[in-house]
Design a binder for this molecule. Structure first.
Ligand SMILES: [Zn+2]
Length: 194
Protein backbone atom coordinates (compact mmCIF):
# COMPACT_ATOMS: atom_id res chain seq x y z
CA UNK A 1 0.00 0.00 0.00
CA UNK A 2 1.34 3.42 -0.86
CA UNK A 3 0.80 6.09 1.78
CA UNK A 4 1.75 8.80 -0.64
CA UNK A 5 -1.15 7.92 -2.97
CA UNK A 6 -3.53 7.97 -0.05
CA UNK A 7 -2.44 11.49 0.93
CA UNK A 8 -5.42 13.56 2.01
CA UNK A 9 -6.52 16.54 -0.01
CA UNK A 10 -5.76 19.65 2.02
CA UNK A 11 -6.23 23.26 0.98
CA UNK A 12 -2.51 23.46 0.25
CA UNK A 13 -2.56 20.28 -1.83
CA UNK A 14 -5.62 21.52 -3.73
CA UNK A 15 -3.94 24.88 -4.41
CA UNK A 16 -0.83 23.09 -5.65
CA UNK A 17 -2.86 20.85 -7.96
CA UNK A 18 -4.79 23.79 -9.43
CA UNK A 19 -1.54 25.67 -10.05
CA UNK A 20 0.37 22.65 -11.35
CA UNK A 21 -2.25 21.85 -14.00
CA UNK A 22 -2.85 25.57 -14.68
CA UNK A 23 -6.54 25.15 -14.07
CA UNK A 24 -6.81 28.65 -12.64
CA UNK A 25 -4.95 31.56 -14.19
CA UNK A 26 -2.01 32.83 -12.20
CA UNK A 27 -0.03 31.10 -9.47
CA UNK A 28 -2.60 31.22 -6.71
CA UNK A 29 -6.13 29.93 -7.09
CA UNK A 30 -8.90 32.11 -5.62
CA UNK A 31 -10.01 30.84 -2.21
CA UNK A 32 -13.60 30.23 -3.34
CA UNK A 33 -12.34 28.02 -6.18
CA UNK A 34 -10.18 26.02 -3.74
CA UNK A 35 -13.20 25.61 -1.46
CA UNK A 36 -15.43 24.45 -4.31
CA UNK A 37 -12.88 21.91 -5.58
CA UNK A 38 -12.31 20.56 -2.06
CA UNK A 39 -16.05 20.14 -1.58
CA UNK A 40 -16.47 18.31 -4.93
CA UNK A 41 -13.45 16.08 -4.35
CA UNK A 42 -14.04 15.20 -0.70
CA UNK A 43 -12.89 11.64 0.01
CA UNK A 44 -10.49 11.51 -2.92
CA UNK A 45 -6.73 11.43 -2.46
CA UNK A 46 -4.05 13.67 -3.94
CA UNK A 47 -2.77 10.70 -5.95
CA UNK A 48 -6.20 10.06 -7.45
CA UNK A 49 -6.55 13.72 -8.44
CA UNK A 50 -3.10 13.66 -10.04
CA UNK A 51 -3.93 10.47 -11.94
CA UNK A 52 -7.22 11.90 -13.22
CA UNK A 53 -5.77 15.28 -14.22
CA UNK A 54 -2.68 13.82 -15.89
CA UNK A 55 -4.87 11.48 -17.97
CA UNK A 56 -6.42 14.49 -19.69
CA UNK A 57 -5.02 16.15 -22.80
CA UNK A 58 -3.60 19.63 -22.19
CA UNK A 59 -6.41 21.47 -23.95
CA UNK A 60 -8.96 19.67 -21.73
CA UNK A 61 -7.24 19.89 -18.40
CA UNK A 62 -7.33 23.68 -18.38
CA UNK A 63 -11.12 23.70 -18.70
CA UNK A 64 -11.91 20.73 -16.51
CA UNK A 65 -14.34 21.16 -13.64
CA UNK A 66 -14.09 19.64 -10.16
CA UNK A 67 -17.19 17.58 -10.94
CA UNK A 68 -15.53 16.09 -14.02
CA UNK A 69 -12.42 15.18 -12.02
CA UNK A 70 -14.65 13.51 -9.42
CA UNK A 71 -16.31 11.46 -12.19
CA UNK A 72 -12.92 10.47 -13.62
CA UNK A 73 -11.82 9.23 -10.20
CA UNK A 74 -15.04 7.27 -9.76
CA UNK A 75 -14.41 5.75 -13.20
CA UNK A 76 -10.80 4.89 -12.28
CA UNK A 77 -11.94 3.25 -9.04
CA UNK A 78 -14.38 1.08 -10.94
CA UNK A 79 -11.62 -0.09 -13.29
CA UNK A 80 -8.55 -0.65 -11.12
CA UNK A 81 -6.71 -2.55 -13.89
CA UNK A 82 -6.89 0.38 -16.28
CA UNK A 83 -5.33 2.79 -13.79
CA UNK A 84 -2.21 0.66 -13.38
CA UNK A 85 -2.85 -0.39 -9.79
CA UNK A 86 -0.27 -3.11 -9.28
CA UNK A 87 -2.29 -6.25 -8.65
CA UNK A 88 0.81 -8.41 -9.08
CA UNK A 89 3.55 -5.88 -8.20
CA UNK A 90 5.32 -6.72 -11.44
CA UNK A 91 6.80 -3.89 -13.53
CA UNK A 92 5.62 -4.06 -17.15
CA UNK A 93 8.09 -5.79 -19.44
CA UNK A 94 9.13 -4.06 -22.65
CA UNK A 95 7.06 -6.35 -24.85
CA UNK A 96 3.96 -5.37 -22.87
CA UNK A 97 4.33 -1.78 -23.96
CA UNK A 98 2.39 -2.12 -27.22
CA UNK A 99 -0.45 -3.72 -25.27
CA UNK A 100 -0.21 -0.96 -22.64
CA UNK A 101 -0.37 1.68 -25.35
CA UNK A 102 -3.43 0.05 -26.91
CA UNK A 103 -5.10 -0.21 -23.50
CA UNK A 104 -4.26 3.44 -22.86
CA UNK A 105 -5.82 4.48 -26.17
CA UNK A 106 -8.96 2.50 -25.38
CA UNK A 107 -9.09 4.05 -21.91
CA UNK A 108 -8.89 7.56 -23.32
CA UNK A 109 -11.69 6.66 -25.75
CA UNK A 110 -13.84 5.53 -22.84
CA UNK A 111 -13.13 8.73 -20.94
CA UNK A 112 -14.08 10.88 -23.93
CA UNK A 113 -17.28 8.91 -24.38
CA UNK A 114 -18.28 9.12 -20.72
CA UNK A 115 -17.57 12.82 -20.54
CA UNK A 116 -19.52 13.50 -23.73
CA UNK A 117 -16.43 14.94 -25.42
CA UNK A 118 -15.86 14.81 -29.15
CA UNK A 119 -12.71 14.54 -31.20
CA UNK A 120 -11.51 11.12 -30.10
CA UNK A 121 -12.77 9.33 -33.20
CA UNK A 122 -10.71 11.63 -35.42
CA UNK A 123 -7.73 11.25 -33.06
CA UNK A 124 -8.03 7.45 -33.24
CA UNK A 125 -8.29 7.56 -37.03
CA UNK A 126 -5.24 9.83 -37.35
CA UNK A 127 -3.11 7.56 -35.19
CA UNK A 128 -3.66 4.59 -37.53
CA UNK A 129 -1.07 6.11 -39.90
CA UNK A 130 2.39 7.61 -39.33
CA UNK A 131 2.50 11.42 -39.36
CA UNK A 132 3.89 12.78 -42.63
CA UNK A 133 4.80 16.02 -40.85
CA UNK A 134 6.43 15.13 -37.51
CA UNK A 135 7.19 11.50 -38.43
CA UNK A 136 5.40 10.07 -35.39
CA UNK A 137 4.90 6.33 -35.93
CA UNK A 138 1.47 4.81 -36.28
CA UNK A 139 -0.12 4.49 -32.84
CA UNK A 140 2.02 7.27 -31.37
CA UNK A 141 0.54 10.75 -30.83
CA UNK A 142 2.03 13.68 -32.75
CA UNK A 143 4.90 15.66 -31.25
CA UNK A 144 4.35 19.42 -30.68
CA UNK A 145 6.59 20.19 -33.69
CA UNK A 146 5.46 23.26 -35.68
CA UNK A 147 8.23 23.38 -38.32
CA UNK A 148 9.86 20.29 -39.78
CA UNK A 149 13.16 19.63 -41.57
CA UNK A 150 11.54 20.48 -44.91
CA UNK A 151 10.69 23.89 -43.40
CA UNK A 152 6.99 23.16 -43.64
CA UNK A 153 4.83 24.71 -40.96
CA UNK A 154 1.95 22.92 -39.33
CA UNK A 155 0.20 23.32 -36.00
CA UNK A 156 -1.51 20.42 -34.28
CA UNK A 157 -5.26 20.47 -34.37
CA UNK A 158 -6.55 21.60 -30.94
CA UNK A 159 -9.24 18.96 -30.78
CA UNK A 160 -7.33 15.88 -31.95
CA UNK A 161 -3.79 17.00 -30.94
CA UNK A 162 -2.59 15.62 -34.27
CA UNK A 163 -1.12 17.39 -37.29
CA UNK A 164 -3.86 18.09 -39.86
CA UNK A 165 -1.88 16.41 -42.69
CA UNK A 166 -1.85 13.20 -40.66
CA UNK A 167 -5.62 13.22 -40.33
CA UNK A 168 -5.90 13.89 -44.07
CA UNK A 169 -3.52 10.97 -44.79
CA UNK A 170 -5.57 8.68 -42.56
CA UNK A 171 -8.82 9.77 -44.19
CA UNK A 172 -7.36 9.18 -47.65
CA UNK A 173 -6.12 5.75 -46.68
CA UNK A 174 -9.51 4.87 -45.25
CA UNK A 175 -11.18 5.95 -48.49
CA UNK A 176 -8.62 4.02 -50.58
CA UNK A 177 -9.15 0.92 -48.45
CA UNK A 178 -12.90 1.04 -48.80
CA UNK A 179 -12.74 1.47 -52.60
CA UNK A 180 -10.08 -1.21 -53.08
CA UNK A 181 -11.96 -3.74 -50.96
CA UNK A 182 -15.04 -2.96 -53.04
CA UNK A 183 -13.02 -3.58 -56.20
CA UNK A 184 -11.63 -6.83 -54.79
CA UNK A 185 -15.12 -8.02 -53.98
CA UNK A 186 -16.32 -7.38 -57.54
CA UNK A 187 -13.23 -8.90 -59.22
CA UNK A 188 -13.79 -12.33 -57.77
CA UNK A 189 -11.61 -14.65 -59.90
CA UNK A 190 -8.81 -12.14 -60.48
CA UNK A 191 -5.40 -13.85 -60.46
CA UNK A 192 -6.86 -17.35 -60.09
CA UNK A 193 -5.35 -18.55 -63.37
CA UNK A 194 -1.82 -17.29 -62.66
ZN1 LIG B 1 2.47 14.95 -36.50
Amino acid sequence: MSDRNAQQLTRNAMRALLAHYRITPGDTAPEDVVTEWLRELRGRSVGECHAALSSLPLNRVQHVTAGEVARLITLARSRPAATGTPSSARPPRPRDRAADKAAGARGIGTVYELMGWTGHEKHALARTVPCPFCRASAGVPCSPLTRNRLRQREIRDRETRMHPSRLRAAEERKRANSTSSGAAASGTTQGASA
